[in-house]
Design a protein around this ligand. Structure first.
Ligand SMILES: [Zn+2]
Length: 470
């Protein structure tokens, strides 16, 4: 069903381009090369570097929106919610849909052992490291249809835009659909891009990883059509790409509030997560007097406040810390908590500063346990990823693209992290943000306006074009 609709749309686009080609024959340009290119591409070829000139970059927003809507139907939750979990039946169907669209756009498609999907537009110098772009299409339960998706379907459309304009890349241009950016099924975020970046640790851990229903990662992968268990085959060497640029909805309110079209990301904050457990003796809420208590719940409460204090001590607005989980055992009103469990998330764009928060939090946990005579039975740093800075040359290329397209932009920090954080380990990286309604994300109300998507795709197309010639 889905492929048939796409074929139909593509045929329509083709017919339309013939129509445009025929109707543009009266063009005043006499240069035969330009004429040929125009007739071939269906668009007027102008140098886009002249301020305010007509831009040859025309985004087929309607088709892009149709594809986004169509992709959102591969969901385990009723519309407008989207639930698409790694290697589920719907995920497999959605993957097929993406591969099909890549194929229709003339990209050569390959997949690796975990299902990262690559669609390459071969450049005139294919031996050079390609320029890459991409994002993810998995969706956490009951979320929306734009997160990640805009950066995959939008990237394919960016290539279509360049093809229609007659542009010929020197470096190949590659669109990547990353496997499992969301941690929903196996508790690991950015699974595909971490592996691409060469995480041996993760390749090893995945051999023993199971989901909430005790299905192993390798069984789930096999079932989805990925039987190759050699996960090191996914690793890509540093230098495999000359650049990586990800288009994404902002997932925050700044661009919309300030009426700015494009966010040029200069750094991605990186999270660290910590699990803490305190154990005390518990007891009856009436019978045990205050001096005799060692209350694990109060230790947790004190630590939560300590996290806030250490974060604020950094003096930077970019340092944040959250105690998102705080559980007490046995959880009864008339029982002193005998156990407490906290999960702490702290982020920064400065790794040293963030790690200092972790160190101070650890010291506080130790001193609180001593003062309250509870046992600090666990203090585990679950992950501690380094933040990433965008590459100057890519930021400049994107800024230039915005100027040439007459679009307002601002430099900003990505406070959520993305596959780009891991791509930064093997490639120069940057990101392009577009506004989204009220900054909503990870819920059904998530929305990006067609014009904003069109702006993002144009800027991405022009950025890729510049990078492919450099
Ligand atoms: Zn995302």
């Amino acid at each position: 069903m889905a492929p048939r609709i796409s074929t139909l749309i593509l045929s329509l686009v083709f017919l339309l381009s013939i129509f445009v080609a025929v109707s543009s024959e009266t063009d005043e340009y006499d240069d035969p090369t330009v004429k040929t290119m125009e007739a071939f591409s269906g668009y007027q070829i102008h140098e886009p570097s002249v301020q305010g000139s007509f831009s040859p970059l025309s985004v087929d927003t309607e088709t892009l929106q149709e594809q986004i809507d169509e992709l959102s139907t591969f969901s385990d939750a009723p519309a407008p919610s989207v639930t698409r979990v790694l290697y589920s039946e719907k995920d497999v169907q959605a993957r097929r849909y993406i591969k099909n669209i890549m194929g229709l756009s003339g990209l050569s498609v390959r997949e690796d052992a975990v299902g990262n999907i690559f669609g390459r537009w071969v450049g005139s110098e294919p031996e050079l490291a390609p320029v890459s772009t991409g994002s993810h299409i998995d969706a956490i339960p009951y979320s929306g249809k734009y997160d990640g998706v805009v950066g995959v379907l939008g990237a394919i459309e960016a290539i279509n835009v360049l093809k229609r304009s007659g542009f010929k890349p020197k470096r190949s241009v590659e669109v990547i659909m990353f496997t499992s950016e969301e941690p929903t099924r196996f508790g690991i975020s950015c699974l595909g891009s971490r592996l691409i970046a060469g995480s041996e640790e993760l390749a090893e851990a995945l051999k023993k990883t199971v989901d909430g229903h005790n299905v192993s990662f390798s069984d789930a992968a096999k079932l989805a059509g990925y039987p190759n268990e050699d996960l090191s085959s996914v690793f890509l060497k540093k230098g495999s790409y000359s650049a990586f640029v990800e288009l994404h909805i902002e997932q925050g309110p700044i661009l919309e509030e300030e009426g700015i079209s494009i966010g040029v990301v200069t750094a991605i904050a990186a999270p660290a997560s910590i699990k803490v457990e305190f154990e005390g003796n518990g007891g009856h809420a009436g019978a045990v007097l205050m001096p005799k208590r060692n209350d694990a719940g109060l230790a947790a409460a004190e630590l939560a406040l300590a996290v806030e204090k250490h974060v604020l001590e950094s003096g930077s607005i970019d340092t944040v810390g959250t105690v998102g989980i705080l559980e007490l055992h046995p959880g009864a009103i008339n029982s002193i908590p005998s156990k407490s469990h906290l999960e702490i998330d702290t982020r920064d764009i400065d790794e040293k500063r963030r790690n200092l928060v972790i160190e101070k939090t650890h010291q506080s946990a130790i001193s609180i346990s001593k003062a309250r005579d509870v046992k600090l039975s666990e203090f585990k740093i679950v992950n501690q990823d380094p933040p990433a800075l965008s590459e100057d040359s890519i930021v400049k290329a994107t800024e230039l693209a915005c100027q040439e397209l007459n679009l307002s932009y601002k430099k900003m920090i990505s406070r959520a992290y993305h596959d780009s954080l891991f791509m930064a380990r093997i490639s120069p990286m940057s990101m392009i943000f577009i506004p989204c309604y009220k900054g909503y994300s990870h819920k059904p109300e998530e929305y990006a306006a067609p014009q904003d998507m069109a702006n993002g795709v144009s800027v991405l197309a022009l950025t890729l074009a510049k990078l492919s010639l450099s």
